[in-house]
Ligand binder design. Structure first.
Ligand code: URA
Length: 204
C-alpha cells in the first residue's frame, strides 16, 4: 500500500531505489540536446555493490553503437590497466559524466554535463563506493572543481565524506600521448593498494 498525499506518492518523491529503476527512468531522457543524436543512452555498467567506481567523460562511437561504457579503444586500454592492477571489470562500476554521445566526440558542454549529473549522482548514491577513479579532465572539472587541471590534481586522493577519489589521465589521453602511461600506472597502484585494503584478494 502506498501513502498518497494529493497526486504525489512517497515513492515518487524518493525516486529510484535500484540501478535498474534508475536506468529505466533514463531511457527516455531528453534533458539536453545530446539526446537527439544518440543511438543508446549509455547508462553505465558493473557491480551494483562495487567498492570502486570509475567515471569517464561520455560515450564515443563504439559505446553509442553498443550502449555500453568504455568498450572502444580507450576502454580496451582501461581493461588492460585494471588487469595489471589485479582488478576485474565485473568487480567495478563504470559510468560517465554524460550518458549520450557528444557529436564527433567533442567535450560535453557545461550545460550538457549539468543536465546529466543528477543521474550520475543518483548512481553514485545507490552504489556508495568508497573509492572512485576520476578519468580525465572533464570528469574532474564537473565532479570536483571547474578550474581544476588534471595535470596538477592527478595522483592525489581527494576526500569527500566517506569517499576517496583519485584523478588520473583519461585512457584516450594515453593513446594520444603514451608518455602519460607511467603516471597513470603510479595512480592505479595507489588505487589498487586502497582497494585491496577494502577488498582483500580472494574476497572480490
Ligand atoms: N570515453 C569515455 O569517457 N567514456 C566512454 O565510455 C568511452 C570513452
Amino acid at each position: 500500500m502506498e501513502f498518497r498525499s494529493g497526486q504525489v506518492s512517497l515513492s515518487d518523491l524518493e525516486g529510484p531505489r535500484t540501478l535498474d529503476e534508475l536506468r529505466a527512468g533514463m531511457a527516455e531522457c531528453r534533458e539536453c540536446g545530446l539526446a537527439a543524436g544518440r543511438t543508446y543512452v549509455v547508462f553505465g555498467e558493473g557491480n551494483p555493490r562495487a567498492r570502486l567506481m570509475l567515471i569517464g567523460e561520455g560515450p564515443g562511437a563504439e559505446e553509442d553503437r553498443l550502449g555500453r561504457p568504455f568498450v572502444g579503444p580507450a576502454g580496451q586500454l582501461l581493461d588492460k590497466i585494471l588487469a595489471a592492477a589485479g582488478i576485474t571489470r565485473p568487480e567495478v562500476y563504470i559510468a560517465n559524466v554524460v550518458k549520450c554521445r557528444p557529436p564527433g566526440n567533442r567535450v560535453p558542454t557545461r550545460e550538457e554535463a549539468a543536465a546529466c549529473l543528477p543521474w550520475l549522482r543518483k548512481q553514485f548514491s545507490l552504489i556508495a563506493p568508497p573509492l572512485v577513479v576520476i578519468l580525465g579532465s572533464t570528469a574532474l572539472k564537473n565532479l570536483i572543481d571547474p578550474q581544476a587541471s588534471i595535470t596538477a590534481w592527478r595522483g592525489q586522493w581527494i576526500v569527500r565524506g566517506r569517499t576517496r577519489l583519485m584523478p588520473t589521465y583519461h585512457p584516450a589521453a594515453l593513446l594520444r600521448d603514451p608518455s602519460k602511461k607511467r603516471d597513470v600506472w603510479r595512480d592505479f597502484q595507489l588505487v589498487r593498494d586502497a582497494y585491496r585494503e577494502i577488498v582483500p584478494l580472494g574476497k572480490e
